[in-house]
Design a protein around this ligand. Structure first.
Ligand code: GCO
Length: 445
């Protein structure tokens, strides 16, 4: 019996992303993305792996839709691969690519599963990177808005929501400040410029979709954490405040307050976005939203004197991320106090664990415990007045975990990449029971 309850129309979902599961990277007119190129750079991805095949979802999506129906989820969060529908990121669209998402959305609707679409989950058309340095270039924001309008026209009447971006911080910081992700830049000023153009593209897309009469709810997905000092020393608390400003407020403040946080701007100094901010940008970026998606995994544990390991009272995942469910309640209640927010979806929450497939079963008790703790923390935030509309477990399938390749398994469904055999883990059975129990409890009210 689960210890948490949510409102009657609560959305119970699972989440994936295009490059991590689709495969078919060179099929039916799909163009290359920056991740296709990045995976070919020696040393960037564990074992030199890529999303060339991944979970072969492009060919197996009907089977995966049946898995979702079997779980009883009422929503599925997926992303659209921009280079599959517009190979060069500008100019001609690819009808075969659009047709795939058409079939996917219709397959979801036929099973009573709401499609939650994300326009950008990091797979930028490589042509835009090569021709104009991708998101460093303001023009890419306008290419994105054109792409968004095409998707709005093709799917806008059938999807339950459209999120413009998934985790712009990852694209800006990991992709351009550290070089850990595609396109592999390690330049703080480029990262600040990329972040601004991502935010601008978000606002342009929202404005364009609304101008075209797209009625489906529009929003953005941000990865966020509360930030704690390793100690209560003033310098550690200041370090935590700065990390929160760089990670959370850097995106929330432009969208909901029309400015970058001064604390983080000061830290960026001459490497900040000031060279690329133009008059009127914040009015565009601040387009009102119908929902905010939040991806939550762990907290920030900050120290002025270098990296400190958090206590990890609930343990650590296979990514070595501290399991910290109370941080979800804290984060949401703080955001609710700091901003005027639309309804919130937890659009990703989950963990990598070392999963062994034995006799057709995967006993992933740690993943079950992770979900249970975080759903209880989410329910607590709802009880404190946060408008929590739904929860998407990351992830439906084991999949390509970016620079970690296939080494880290986040799925509630095990994937044997050699055979593409899917096997429900214990956590999938648990999630199905939680959803059924919740539905039953609602029906008996
Ligand atoms: C993210 C991405 C996902 C990851 C997942 C595990 O949040 O980083 O949205 O693509 O695979 O979060 O890292």
């Amino acid at each position: 019996m689960s210890t948490f309850r949510f409102k009657e129309d609560f959305v119970w979902g699972v989440a994936t992303s295009s490059y991590q599961i689709e495969g078919a990277a060179h099929e039916d007119g799909r163009g290359a993305s920056i991740w296709d190129a990045f995976c070919r750079v020696p040393g960037k991805v564990v074992n030199g792996e890529s999303g060339d095949v991944a979970c072969d979802h492009y060919h197996r999506f009907e089977q995966d839709l049946d898995l979702m129906a079997d779980l009883g989820v009422n929503a599925y969060r997926f992303s659209i691969a921009w280079p599959r529908v517009q190979p060069d990121g500008s100019g001609a669209f690819n009808e075969k690519g659009l047709a795939f998402y058409d079939r996917l959305v219709d397959g979801l609707l036929a099973r009573g599963i709401q499609p939650f679409a994300t326009l950008y989950h990091w797979d930028l058309p490589l042509a835009l990177q090569e021709a104009q340095n991708g998101w460093e270039n303001r023009d890419t924001a306008y290419r994105f808005a054109d792409y968004a309008r095409k998707i709005g026209g093709a799917l806008g009447d059938r999807v339950a929501s459209i999120a413009t971006h998934n985790e712009p911080w990852c694209t800006a910081w990991l992709g351009n400040a550290t070089g850990y992700f595609a396109p592999g830049n390690a330049d703080l000023k480029k990262a600040a410029h990329v972040a601004h153009h991502l935010l601008l593209s978000h606002g342009l897309a929202v404005q364009a979709l609304r101008a075209d009469g797209v009625k489906t709810p529009l929003g953005i997905v941000l990865n966020q954490s509360p930030a704690h000092g390793a100690t209560n020393a003033p310098e550690d608390l200041a370090a935590a405040s700065l990390e929160y400003a760089k990670f959370v407020r850097w995106y929330m403040d432009p969208i909901f307050k029309g400015e970058y946080p001064a604390e983080a701007l000061h830290w960026y100094g001459e490497n900040g976005p000031q060279d690329v901010v133009r008059e009127g940008d914040f009015e565009i970026i601040g387009a009102p939203l119908d929902f905010l998606g939040i991806n939550y995994y762990t907290r920030i544990f900050a120290s002025a004197s270098g990296e400190k390991r958090p206590p990890g009272e609930h343990g650590f995942t296979d990514m070595d991320w501290e399991i910290y469910p109370e941080g979800l309640t804290e984060l949401l209640t703080r955001l609710n106090a700091d901003y005027t927010l639309p309804p919130i979806y937890i659009t990703e929450n989950g963990c990598a664990t070392k999963d062994a497939l034995e006799h057709g079963r995967v006993h992933d008790a740690q993943r079950i415990r992770f979900y249970d703790l975080h759903l209880a923390a989410l329910a607590q935030a709802a009880q404190r007045g946060v408008d929590v509309a739904g929860y998407f477990a990351w992830s439906l399938l084991d999949n390509f975990e970016w620079a970690s390749g296939y080494d880290k398994r986040f799925g509630m469904v095990h994937v044997d990449y050699a055979t593409q055999q899917r096997t429900l883990k214990d956590s999938a059975h648990w999630y199905r029971d939680v959803i059924a129990e919740h539905a039953g409890a609602m029906a008996s009210r």
